[in-house]
Ligand binder design. Sequence first.
Ligand code: Q46
Ligand code: ZN
Ligand code: ZN
Length: 321
Amino acid sequence: MKCRKCGGKAAINMRQHKLSLCREHYLEWLPEQTQRFIEKYRMFSPQARLLVAVSGGKDSLGLWDVLSRLGYQADGLYIGLGIDGGLAYSSESQRLAERFAAGRGLRLTVVDVAALEGATIPEAAARTQRGKDKPCSVCGLTKRHVMNRAALDGGYDVLVTGHNLDDEAAVLLGNTLTWATGYRARQGPVLEATHPGLVRKAKPFCRFYERETAAYALLRGIEYIYDECPHAVGAKSIYYKEVLNQMEAERPGLKLSFYLSFLEAKERGLIAAQSDPAAAGLHPCTTCGQPTSAPGQCAYCRTWERVRSQAVRTLEGGQPV
Ligand code: Q46
Ligand code: ZN
Ligand code: ZN
């Protein structure tokens, strides 16, 4: 297989684009495409101050690398979840994110959930979910809150995440199977800020296959964490990804056309962007001030208050309930 641009040895063959490229030309192609998507979906201007949510994985570190190469002012945010156990997932991913930033002179803010709220994500889940469930609901809630707050407090224009096409297609498939029309209408490369207390969000990698972002990180020599969070095992999104991969193997390009046809239908008004229920009737949380549709406190403050009250009960000798 030869590079289409120079005839040299190809490092990657993208069947869906009928395109093979060598290392050098692939490392040019991916940032060029990213810039094209940023412009096409009007994600942000060259002057925008960006905050990149970095997990230590290939997508977020690759994205941060690309945005810096393209000349954007992009700082990073790492959230320490305290998910360790045997794999040392959090400490290892933090180490890699810090190393990446230090090696390139980039600014990384680290928010440690245990330092902020007094418990790690698994501890919080064990106290509020009786330890039965995965910690994903408290984790997702916390990450969204911390990212929004860090972006607003830091005066950033856009919060940027490394979601790739596999992630987006899996979410779309899930929302389609459950006919979650509200969520589906909000899905896309950009999530507008529907309230002054919410930051605008963008996903510049949303049209790249996971193998493309992985190839970029590898060919660029970026050291990233290979393991997924241990709690991701068995998640529905992983099942949807596997199903989509099976279809993709038979029909190259299917995943991309599924996502692009959705975006096109949305643009043509075929997927009604109903008034966003989450944006309707938002008011500031009585504790933290972030917008919420819940009366009084937001879900984040309510959850973490419960976590703290369970810790007090345990200290007093009671069993967590
Ligand atoms: S939500 Fe769940 Fe993820 Fe949090 S606990 Fe791990 S798998 S990191 S995207
Ligand atoms: Zn080449
Ligand atoms: Zn709150």
